[in-house]
Every structure is written in structure tokens, then in C-alpha cells.
Design a protein around this ligand. Structure first.
Ligand SMILES: [Zn+2]
Length: 505
């Protein structure tokens, strides 16, 4: 039987928290974790004594930073992105944190396809970032009902990028961002960042963690032999977070590690690991240096060979993400200042979802793919071609009175695809600060009577420039090759130019 115990806050005098102690707490990396009697929060005690600096850091996180993140407009959205501690408690010499319990959807409903091994366990991101747990010949593969589709992972990565962006905007760094410290739910396209207590707070010593293998930045690994306070030692900071973020996005979309290839840097295994992820780290898909390409046959063969994402090139993720992967793993790998920031990842991921097409094969493992600009597009995962003409909409903005310039933003059309304010007007940026009204579609595309049409639901000044005709709300305009549409005549309103791909299929 568990006995109900009580512990006091060191921040709010008189405030206490109850927890159930059955003598066998869940053991985390550094903490022993006990549930509240009603399971609405946990109390997590550090096993090691925390010094003054650490106490100060934790106190700031649950007071000053908690308020600035959550007790303001838009705070609810951020509450869903992080599992943020709410109070610091003390029992004798032991310091603990009060942390909300994870939402229900972050626990496996089924887990493995065969057997119950992980049913009810937390959906740590690592389950979804490798080819192994998807291999149809592997007994411990995840059940299909847990996996979501390829588009789910773009939306999950957007959420993680937003979480990192907000931390960095506040001057904080996570310090141990990894697929172990992010819970993801591909079915509901949800993600939350956990283990927030390791945050690096400005003006205080960083926690003595080096991070999780696979996500540690090269400069941190190559200086870890130096003494903790040696000025040349590189610690976790905003830029090391950005390395970890890039690695995580690459792994969620491609099920492999960007730096783990076939190159051997030392015959000593331990030293080889250190060099290959540190000083000598090299992108496995480096365009000119092929020395770290993964060895063929290294991964188990999938039962359906065409679905093996882990063997397809990273260019599969489209032009915007390819550019950022190049910046993260080529230019910025050993030059931390050149790594793309979280906002750039968010925008590139979102723009890439506008390039996506649903796969016509209901048995396709991934169900969505990025249009690759080819004249006869097909799903790279299962080879199913797209049937019929495929409208490609290029967005232009007004540079001067009559001069329109391309936005480097393209929208691919499919049946029932929506058009939003952020497509129509360049002053509306698609991010977490969108209002409820801005999230409502302003129109949609449909395949109707063997034609592509755009149905206008909310655009006051939609105009077919080719036919010189207004398109009133409630009516539709045909989408044809070479047509120009003015989406809005307001300040920031855009023009779209239509090209038909796949014309002759
Ligand atoms: Zn497919």
C-alpha cells in the first residue's frame, strides 16, 4: 500500500503537495518520481544534493520564467508545448520539483504491433526516429495505429521548433534537447518538450549536463576533456540546441542519423565515436565528400522495400529543408554561428507542407510526399504516379506599383486543399500567434466536373487577372495553365501564377 506524504513549497509559504509513496518511485536520470494521489502532477526529488546555484536556477524557472511564458496572452499554447515545472519543494535536504503529468495521448494506446510490451508507456520521440521500429519483419515494430503518416512528422517538428524558438527568445537554452526529452504523438500531430529543469538560465552557471549522445554538438564533444570551468570548454547553449534541433528534425523525417555513416576515424571504438560525432563529424550526405556514406546493407531490409524512407536521399524533404540541412550539417556543423535558427526551421517546415501531395495509394506507408518539380510526379515511397493535371501555384508579392516579385513560396493543389490568409497576404505570418479568425480558411480547391476550381469563401477582392473578372464570395474560378489571380487588393495582397504539371498524364 502506498502511503500519502506531504512536502512544502520553498517558494509559496504554507503551500504543500501530497504524493503517494509505495517505496518504489519511478527512477528518472537524476530524480525519483512520485505521483499525486489524483495523478494530476508528479513530485520529482533529485537524488543528489542541489547547490545554491541550482536552487536559484530552478526557482527562476518556476517563477519569473513561468510567468513570462504562460501567464500572458497566448500562454495556453505554450503550456501544450512544454511540460514545465510549477513549483520547487524541499524535504529535509532533498530538493524536488512539482511537474504536471503528461497528457493522455503521450502514452502508447497499443505500442508494439505484437504483444503488450510498451502499452501505456510514454511515447518518447526515439520510438519514431529510426527505421527499426517500422520494419515489418521486426517483431518489436510499432503498431501502424501509432505511427501517423509523413505529414504528421512535419507538424510535430513545427511544434518542437516553436518550443525551441520561444526558449531562445527568452534567452534560455534547453541544454539537453533530444528524442528522449520530447514526447511525440504522430496520430494527433502533437509534441511536448520535457525535462525543462536542465534549462540554461542567463547569469547562472549551466547545469553540469553534457546532453544525450546523438544530439551533442561537435564543439561540446571535442572540448569535454577540459575542466568544467576552463574558458575553452564549450557548454550547452542556444547554438548547441540548434544542432540538436536539426538532428532531431532530420531523424523524424528520414529515420537515420545525419552524422552516423561508414567512415572510421579511429580503431578504438570509444575514440571513434568521439571523433565521428565531434572534431571529425561529417554529414553522411555531404555533396562532395562521400567518405561518410552509410554502408549498404547496414539496415535490415524492410518487407516492403519501396517504403524504406531511411534509404532515400534527404532531397526528398524538398528545397527549403534541403537548404537548412545543408546549413546545419555542412556550413554550420563546425561553425555554430551559422546554424539555422528555430524560426527558420519552423518557416521551412510550414512552407514544405504547402508543397505536399497526398499519395493515391491507400496502402502507402507514408501517405504524403513533397512534390519534386518533375513533369511526371509520383510518390517516392511507393511509386504511385499522380493522375491527371496538377496545379502548381507560385506566390508573388507587390514590390513596386506594377512590379511583382516571386516569394519563393509555392502552393500545391489537391482536392479539398484549403487556401488561408497567410497565402493571400504577406503581412499575415503563419506562426503560433495567428488569431482564431486568421486560422479559418478563405477558400478551397476542388476537382469539379473534370476541372480544377478555387471556391471563394472569404476573399473580398479575388480577381481573375487573365479574364479580367472579379470572383465574388460564394463563386468559383477555374484553375488553368498560365492563369493569374489577384488574391487580394489590400496592402500585402498577393498574386498567384498557375502552372499545370503532369499535363499529359
Ligand atoms: Zn505512396
Amino acid at each position: 500500500m502506498a502511503s500519502i506524504k506531504s512536502v512544502s513549497s520553498i517558494i509559496h509559504p504554507g503551500k504543500t503537495y501530497q504524493y503517494a509513496d509505495n517505496g518504489e518511485p519511478m527512477r528518472g536520470g537524476m530524480k525519483d518520481v512520485y505521483f499525486a494521489p489524483d495523478k494530476s502532477y508528479v513530485v520529482a526529488f533529485y537524488r543528489d544534493k542541489q547547490d545554491f546555484n541550482s536552487k536559484e536556477r530552478l526557482t527562476k524557472l518556476v517563477t519569473q520564467y513561468y510567468d513570462s511564458f504562460f501567464n500572458r496572452e497566448g500562454g495556453e499554447y505554450y503550456k501544450s508545448i512544454y511540460c514545465w515545472p510549477t513549483d520547487v519543494v524541499q524535504l529535509g535536504t532533498q530538493i524536488g520539483l512539482v511537474v504536471p503529468t503528461y497528457r493522455k495521448n503521450f502514452f502508447f494506446a497499443k505500442g508494439y504491433a505484437t504483444g503488450e510490451g510498451i502499452k501505456g508507456k510514454e511515447k518518447q520521440g526515439l520510438w519514431f526516429a529510426s527505421a527499426k521500429f517500422r520494419n515489418k519483419q521486426f517483431a518489436l515494430r510499432l503498431d501502424e495505429s501509432e505511427l501517423g503518416n509523413w505529414l504528421s512528422y512535419f507538424q510535430i517538428c513545427v511544434k518542437i521548433a516553436r518550443g525551441v524558438k520561444r526558449l531562445h527568445a527568452a534567452g534560455l537554452a534547453h541544454s539537453d534537447l533530444s528524442y528522449k526529452n520530447v514526447l511525440i504523438d504522430p496520430v494527433n500531430r502533437d509534441a511536448t518538450i520535457i525535462d525543462i529543469d536542465g534549462l540554461v538560465v542567463p547569469g547562472l552557471y549551466p547545469p553540469d549536463v553534457i546532453g544525450t549522445a546523438d544530439f551533442i554538438a561537435p564543439e561540446v564533444l571535442s572540448t569535454k576533456h577540459l575542466a568544467l570551468r576552463d574558458p575553452n570548454r564549450k557548454h550547452a547553449n542556444r547554438l548547441t540546441d540548434l544542432h540538436a534541433l536539426a538532428v532531431m528534425i532530420y531523424m523524424y523525417l528520414l529515420y537515420r542519423h545525419p552524422l552516423k555513416g561508414g567512415k572510421i576515424n579511429s580503431l578504438d571504438t570509444e575514440e571513434d565515436d568521439l571523433l565521428s560525432m565531434g572534431e571529425k563529424a561529417l554529414f553522411i550526405e555531404h555533396p562532395t565528400d562521400a567518405s561518410n556514406r552509410p554502408k549498404l546493407g547496414q539496415l535490415p531490409k524492410s518487407a516492403l522495400p519501396w517504403s524504406d524512407v531511411s534509404k532515400l536521399p534527404y532531397t526528398l524533404t524538398g528545397p527549403y529543408l534541403k537548404a537548412l540541412f545543408d546549413q546545419a550539417f555542412i556550413t554550420g556543423l563546425h561553425h555554430p554561428n551559422q546554424r539555422p535558427n528555430a524560426d527558420m526551421w519552423e518557416q521551412a517546415l510550414l512552407k514544405t507542407t504547402d508543397l505536399m501531395q497526398p499519395c493515391g495509394n491507400t496502402l502507402c506507408d507514408q501517405k504524403w510526399f513533397v512534390f519534386d518539380n518533375s513533369s511526371s510526379p509520383k510518390c517516392p515511397f511507393c511509386g504511385t504516379p499522380i493522375k491527371g493535371p496538377l496545379p502548381v501555384l507560385d506566390l508573388y508579392y507587390r514590390f513596386k506599383d506594377t512590379v511583382w516579385k516571386p516569394e519563393n513560396h509555392r502552393l500545391m493543389v489537391y482536392h479539398n486543399q484549403y487556401l488561408f490568409q497567410w497565402h493571400v497576404n504577406r503581412n499575415v505570418v503563419r506562426n503560433e500567434r495567428l488569431t482564431a479568425e486568421q486560422k479559418v480558411p478563405v477558400g478551397y480547391f476542388a476537382w469539379f466536373n473534370n476541372k480544377w476550381v478555387l471556391v471563394n469563401q472569404k476573399l473580398n477582392s479575388l480577381k481573375d487577372l487573365t479574364e479580367d473578372k472579379q470572383v465574388p464570395i460564394g463563386s468559383m474560378v477555374e484553375i488553368t495553365d498560365g492563369k493569374k489571380l489577384l488574391l487580394s487588393n489590400e496592402e500585402g495582397g498577393r498574386i498567384v501564377m498557375i502552372t499545370m504539371a503532369n499535363k499529359h498524364s
